[in-house]
Design a protein around this ligand. Structure first.
Ligand code: HQG
Length: 176
């Protein structure tokens, strides 16, 4: 539980607000591990062993260390414009997007946009999409015609922790 809350705080720092812990990200999203540890320690306790445990055991594999463990970054989910060297690849014929019922009117009119994040997040399986949707209230899952999108020139990326990402999903590629 304690690690869950620390992991959420690390997400906030590495994806959205590095300044709250006096951390800076380079253009590929890397932060200095020593800065991150020092920054977090201003308000709560963490050491290298705890950080290593969080990175190794995070349920969604949200973070990666550099090989020498001097740097750390979030694998996806950023609102800050960094290039985490996502792998561009051909998606399966169908992907899923979980959202909240409250957003469906707008999504049905405009399609999916990335909002404050750099990409729209898509899941390879239905159950994961339901979980993502629950974060926003009553869950609704859209089926995304990703194969058709890809053949028509849209780019898809897969993060190292298995999340599918694309810049937008126009409404004609959505089914529910
Ligand atoms: C919705 C978590 C109105 C979109 C998850 C979503 C994910 C629209 C919300 C990752 C819209 C943004 C990302 C439109 C999209 N009108 N609403 N046209 N287009 N939306 O949190 O996808 O635990 O930024 O459907 O598991 O929910 O943080 O994105 O509901 O992988 O690692 O706008 O975050 O992972 O919400 O979640 P979010 P998301 P972590």
């Amino acid at each position: 539980m304690r690690n869950d809350s620390l992991s959420k705080y690390i997400s906030l720092i590495l994806r959205h607000h590095p300044e709250i812990a006096d951390v800076t990200l380079d253009s590929h999203g890397w932060a200095k591990v020593s800065d991150l540890i020092a920054g977090i320690n201003k308000t709560r306790h963490i050491d290298m062993a705890m950080l290593e445990e969080i990175v190794a055991n995070d349920k969604k594999g949200r973070y990666s260390f550099s090989e020498d463990k001097k740097y750390i970054r979030a694998n996806q989910g950023h609102s800050i414009n960094v290039d985490v060297e996502l792998e561009e690849c051909e998606p399966p014929e169908i992907l899923y997007h979980g959202t909240g019922e409250k957003f469906t009117k707008s999504i049905n009119a405009e399609g999916l946009n990335s909002g404050t994040r750099l990409y729209v997040h898509l899941s390879g399986d239905y159950d994961t999409a339901v979980k993502v949707g629950r974060r926003h209230g009553k869950p609704v899952v859209y089926v995304v015609k990703s194969g058709e999108m890809f053949r028509e020139g849209y780019k898809f990326f897969r993060s190292v922790n298995g999340v599918w990402l694309t810049k937008e999903v126009p409404v004609n590629y959505l089914a529910d």
